[in-house]
Structure formats: structure tokens, C-alpha cells
Design a protein around this ligand. Structure first.
Ligand code: HSE
Length: 315
């Protein structure tokens, strides 16, 4: 049997929604799991770059042995029905840039879980898959939109279940995804965060996240400008993304820009704007980074409202 699952990229946090909000984007990884015919073989994992935007060197950082999150995802699902995975060949076709804050790890966790679930006759429902994926990733803000598509707000409860709601992203807002040519490992980007934050910063974020929800629901662009701010992670991570402070400053002068945020843990940044002046926005980011000798790939993308999908299921 052979199952392939196509999973979208995701951008987590969106400013104030640290570890609880994320949005799916139309860049994809495909995870294929095949049962092999040779009894006694283990689990073989291969990763193939499927797009020019992927630096094959960056794929070499992905562990392919039993320490891999891909293996862990498959193993957890098999264990949940009292089995151990073996005689499997897993192939990842990768178009989502790696270690750039676009949910490439979440996409392979979600793809491996969904493909293994199909192979096993769907023992896990969507709620169980969300819960297992969140357990592996540690927070739901990438895995939830990867599974469900769209803009998702999500939280994991003490019993492991994930509560979520899907919001509708306003058609009139553009998302410009700016991917620089340098990697930023999530562990490094999380290691610079403090263990505790001042109460005034926690309040600042609660206010902004509440405003963001209202702004999205009512398509209120002026409110969104106030909402797309953060004090829980961005101030600490700015130093890891050279030129970001200058990009933010330079974008402030453009009326149609609603905000500029770090995508997930970085290094990618998102510019949220109305659908005017997009060339100007892209040029500002490109030129500001060029002044720092940073090359980048910039695309304005729609939201992917469809989550992970099984695209092949053959006996
Ligand atoms: N919310 C996470 C973070 C996303 O910002 O660290 C990346 O895993």
C-alpha cells in the first residue's frame, strides 16, 4: 500500500499570537509512505528537494533515523494501536523552505501522521491527530493550520486535547512572504526568549491579540495596524534577523501596510498590507536586505484554506 499526503506551509504567531495562532500558505511538502515488500526491514526515510527555493544543503539537517520527528510521528500512531512501524519507506518531497519559520517541521509531522493513519485504516480522528501533532511539536500554532488550513487560533488543554477555531482572513489583505537566504533554527530562536515576561508586556499582548481577532472578523484595517504588534517574542528575536528593524522602519511610511511580523521563529518575515503598493513593499524589503548583503525570495501569497490532503491512496 502507498499513501501520499500534501501539506501546506504555515506561518505562526502573526505578531501577538505567540504559540497560539497560525495561517496556512500555498507552498507544499508531500509525504509518501509505502509498505515495502522486504520483511524485517525497518523504516527508511528520504527527503528530496522539490523546488529551486530549497537549498539541498538545508535538507541535510533533517534527521532521517529513529530520532527523526518523522519517525516519531509514525511510531506514535502505530503505538496508539499497539503496533510498531516496520517495513516502511517514507519519502518527503520538499518545497517548503527549511529552518525559515514556514512550518516545514510541522508539515512533515502532519504528513507522516496522516499518511500512517490512512495506512492503518484511520484509527485516529482529526481531534486525535491534532493532539498527537501538537504533542510532538510542543505548540499547536503550526500543526493546526497545517491540518485544518486557513487562519487558526488554537490551544492545547491539560488533557492533551486541542481547542481551536478557524477565522476568515479578509480577502482585501495581502500577505507578502519574505524568505531570506539564511537559516534560523527554532531552538536558537526559542533559546533567546526569557522564561518570564513583565506583566505589562503580557497585558500588551493580550490587548493586541484581542484587537487582532476583532480586526480580522470586522476587516478593520486601522485596528489591525495597532494589533500587529508583539512584546513576547519579537523584541528578543530582532537581533537574530539582521535588517528587520530597518525594514520595519522603512515600511512605516507606507499607508497601506498594516504590519510587519516575524513568521514563526523566523527567519522569514511577513508584511501584511492592503492590496496596493505591493511592488513598493517588495522592493523596500529586497533593498533593505540587499544593503545587509542578504538575498531573499519574496512572494505575495493568498491564504491556503485547505489543510493537509491525502492525494494518493493505492493498494
Ligand atoms: N510559535 C513558535 C515560535 C513557532 O515562535 O517559537 C515556531 O515553532
Amino acid at each position: 500500500m502507498k499513501v501520499s499526503v500534501k501539506v501546506p506551509a504555515t506561518s505562526a504567531n502573526l505578531g501577538p499570537g505567540f504559540d497560539c495562532m497560525g495561517i496556512a500558505l500555498p507552498i507544499y511538502n508531500t509525504v509518501t509512505i509505502e509498505e515495502t515488500v522486504l520483511p524485517g526491514t525497518g523504516v527508511e526515510i528520504n527527503v528530496i528537494a522539490d523546488s529551486d527555493a530549497i537549498d539541498p544543503m538545508s535538507l541535510s539537517h533533517i534527521p532521517l533515523d529513529e530520532n527523526s520527528i518523522i519517525y516519531k510521528a509514525v511510531e506514535l500512531l502505530y503505538n496508539s494501536i499497539g503496533q510498531t512501524p516496520s517495513e516502511l519507506k517514507i519519502t518527503i518531497h520538499s518545497s517548503i523552505p527549511v529552518t525559515r519559520g514556514l512550518g516545514s517541521s510541522s508539515s512533515v509531522i502532519v504528513g507522516a501522521l496522516l499518511a500512517a493513519n490512512e495506512l492503518l485504516g484511520r484509527p485516529a480522528d482529526e481531534a486525535a491527530l491534532l493532539s498527537i501533532a501538537t504533542e510532538i511539536e510542543g505548540h499547536p500554532d503550526n500543526v493546526a493550520p497545517a491540518i485544518l488550513g486557513g487562519l487558526i487560533i488554537a490551544a492545547q488543554e491539560d488533557d492533551g486535547s486541542v481547542t481551536y477555531r478557524k477565522l476568515e482572513w479578509p480577502e482585501e489583505w495581502a500577505i507578502t512572504v519574505c524568505v531570506p537566504d539564511f537559516e534560523l533554527a527554532t531552538e536558537i530562536a526559542r533559546s533567546v526568549l526569557p522564561k518570564e515576561v513583565p506583566m505589562k508586556d503580557a497585558i500588551f499582548n493580550a490587548q493586541r491579540l484581542a484587537m487582532l481577532m476583532y480586526a480580522v472578523n470586522t476587516k478593520d484595517s486601522e485596528l489591525m495596524k495597532t494589533a500587529l504588534k508583539d512584546r513576547l517574542h519579537q523584541p528578543y528575536r530582532m537581533k537574530l534577523i539582521p535588517g528587520l528593524d530597518k525594514i520595519m522602519d522603512n515600511l512605516k511610511h507606507i499607508e497601506d501596510v498594516l504590519g510587519c511580523v516575524i513568521s514563526g521563529a523566523g527567519s522569514t518575515i511577513l508584511v501584511i498590507s492592503k492590496k496596493n503598493d505591493l511592488d513598493k513593499i517588495r522592493n523596500i524589503v529586497k533593498e533593505t536586505w540587499a544593503n545587509q548583503n542578504i538575498k531573499c525570495d519574496i512572494k505575495t501569497l493568498p491564504v491556503e484554506n485547505q489543510g493537509a490532503q491525502v492525494i494518493t491512496n493505492e493498494d
